[in-house]
Design a binder for this molecule. Structure first.
Ligand SMILES: Cc1cc2nc3c(=O)[nH]c(=O)nc-3n(C[C@H](O)[C@H](O)[C@H](O)COP(=O)(O)O)c2cc1C
Length: 186
């Protein structure tokens, strides 16, 4: 049996009324069903980053450990003013070497019909700078308020489509994760 691939699923926002958390938790649940995969769920609400940057005092050691051990990342970003949320950027900025030569997949979220595509497009150059390897397609959750009910359960009509799309993106992410993990250890 091959070694499990550790995937950190990163939620992108912290506000009380947030909805992208439903997509993030859903993506984590799908990942937990996959063979030989270990999912670590990262909610920025649970972490603390002092000031800006990646100085020692600007890190959260739990996030350092998670990113150090992760073989891949699945980042869920909603669109905030045609870009990605500050909480997500702050969290990502707190590390650098831990991302290098590891793959990242994106899911975009919005309450309109764009599905977070502009958030992802603006995040790509930032994560490229960290050494993360970006997948060539994404999953989009437009009209997020219609996709999940208020308890975070996916509405039946969307269930099959998202299960297929998210699993397909995981398959690609895991392919890159295995390749890059083995190359990093050579
Ligand atoms: C500050 C702010 C700015 C937003 N800007 C955009 C935007 O530019 N384009 C868009 O499609 N949706 C925009 N939205 C809608 C969000 O994508 C939508 O509310 C999403 O659920 C936000 O994620 P959250 O609920 O996890 O905070 C914005 C929402 C907020 C709170």
């Amino acid at each position: 049996m091959s070694q499990p691939i550790k995937i950190a699923v990163l939620a992108g926002t912290t506000r009380k009324q947030r909805q992208s958390i439903h997509a993030a938790r859903y993506i984590a649940r799908i990942g937990e069903l996959l063979p030989d995969v270990e999912i670590v769920f990262v909610d920025p609400v649970d972490f603390s980053f002092e000031g800006d940057g990646n100085d020692p005092e600007g890190k959260d050691e739990r996030y350092t450990k998670i990113t150090g051990e992760a073989d891949a990342f699945f980042v869920v970003t909603p669109e905030y003013n045609h870009s990605f949320p500050g909480s997500l950027k702050r969290m990502l900025d707190s590390e650098l070497a831990n991302y290098n030569h590891k793959p990242v997949a994106f899911a975009g979220v919005s309450n309109g019909h764009w599905g977070g595509v502009r958030a992802i497009e603006s995040l790509v150059p930032a994560v490229r700078e960290t050494g993360l390897v970006v997948m060539s397609w994404d999953v989009y959750f437009p009209n997020i308020q219609d996709v999940f009910d208020e308890t975070g359960v996916i509405v039946d009509e969307y269930s099959k489509r998202y299960e297929t799309n998210v699993t397909k993106l995981y398959t690609e992410l895991i392919w890159f994760a295995r390749l890059l993990k083995s190359a990093r250890h050579e």
